[in-house]
Design a protein around this ligand. Structure first.
Ligand code: 13P
Length: 369
């Protein structure tokens, strides 16, 4: 019958638009490269800065981002993209150079956080969806003009005996797909982030099960919304035991659970997987990423990092708001970037850092950006 369920897909993106999206996505996750997530909202920066005794002012946020963005050419081989927060996209270095120009001149791709944070899903056990679709197309068009080529949108899911509910999985998958579709229409590569929080005492198997269900729902929604997968990146949690799970697992077990979950649910067509660090210590996040890349299963996508806390904790600690510490802080960031660049290729042989700041857990209960 002519009224078949899906006669064809109406035209969405031209061949040129698709090529541009795929080229951007591939550049970000070129071998040995990952993403610096420096897109903490003003509220998240308050937590980071208060922790080191620094007041959360616009100028202090600018000074801190300058520490990260002034890293030298050593990061060119290991950082493919930097995610900005709106405020940072329009800030300049001390010498007046726009941060966006500093990053782009290095051949690093600029990204922008475009979601507007989580809101409660009424009638659920404290589950959430993420808002920010209104006006998103116009914002994406402006950000593209202002130098951004990719975006991030974070959804949050929780593991407990009653969650994630079917509602939260369906709703968050759909809102991620709407966001992705809008980004692609504006030449922006969407990073799809369905973060499953590490809170809870569940074991590795339960996290793997939930991750598979969440990712399956996400890719069904992306298909329904005609999203061009080659022009997307996935930013998932690693499959780990809950933070208060009494059982300890090796990096190899975490890697096997993670790659198994991804292989079961994530199409080979996507450009890459860029894990969030989710409160793991800097060293844990590097060792686990390395193990993931050495996991003895076929892995059809680049598997790399898009770390916030696990690229910045030592740098923040070294800085403490003191001008004379700025270059030492930059060195700490470069060190983590280089280590993660190795881990993204399965070539990190370290693991000796567990005693210092790098080994400190960065876990925060019910973490919000
Ligand atoms: P973490 O690596 O600190 O989890 O943050 C990454 C991120 O951008 C979450 O949205």
């Amino acid at each position: 019958s002519v009224r078949c369920w899906m006669p064809h897909q109406y035209p969405t993106l031209s061949a040129e638009q698709k090529k541009e999206l795929q080229d951007i996505a591939r550049r970000i996750v070129a071998p040995g490269k990952g993403i610096l997530a420096a897109d903490e909202s003003v509220g998240s920066m308050a937590k980071r800065l208060n922790h080191i005794g620094v007041e959360n002012t616009e100028e202090n946020r600018r000074l801190y981002r300058q520490i990260l963005f002034s890293a030298d050419e050593r990061i060119d081989g290991c950082i493919g993209g930097v995610i900005f927060f709106h405020e940072t996209l329009y800030q300049n270095a001390d010498d007046g150079t726009p941060f966006v120009k500093m990053i782009k001149d290095r051949g690093i791709t600029v990204g922008i956080k475009v979601d507007k944070g989580v809101v409660p899903l009424a009638g659920t056990n404290a589950e959430t969806t993420t808002q920010g679709l209104d006006g998103l197309s116009e914002r994406c068009a402006q950000y593209k003009k202002d130098g951004a080529d990719f975006a991030k949108w974070r959804c949050v899911l929780k593991i407990s005996t009653t969650t994630p509910s079917q509602l939260s999985m369906t709703e968050n998958a759909n809102v991620l797909a709407r966001y992705a579709s809008i980004c692609q229409q504006n030449g922006i590569v969407p990073i799809i982030e369905p973060e499953i929080l590490p809170d809870g005492d569940h074991d590795l198997k339960r996290c793997q099960y939930v991750t598979e269900k969440v990712l399956a729902a996400v890719y069904k929604a992306l298909s329904d919304h005609h999203v061009y997968l080659e022009g997307t990146l996935l930013k998932p949690n690693m499959v780990t035991p809950g933070h208060s799970c009494p059982i300890k697992y090796s990096p190899e077990e975490i890697a096997m659970a993670t790659v198994t979950a991804l292989r079961r649910t994530v199409p080979p067509a996507i450009a890459g997987v860029t894990f969030l660090s989710g409160g793991q210590s800097e060293e844990e996040a590097s060792v686990n990423l390395n193990a993931i890349n050495n996991c003895p299963l076929v892995k059809p996508w680049p598997l790399t990092f898009s770390y916030g806390r696990a690229l910045q904790a030592s740098a923040l600690n070294a800085w403490r708001g003191q001008k004379e510490n700025a270059s030492a802080a930059t060195e700490e960031f470069i060190k983590r970037a280089e280590i993660n660049g190795l881990a993204a290729q399965g070539k990190y042989t370290g693991g000796s850092e567990s005693s210092g700041a790098a080994g400190k857990s960065l876990y925060v209960a019910n973490h919000a950006y």
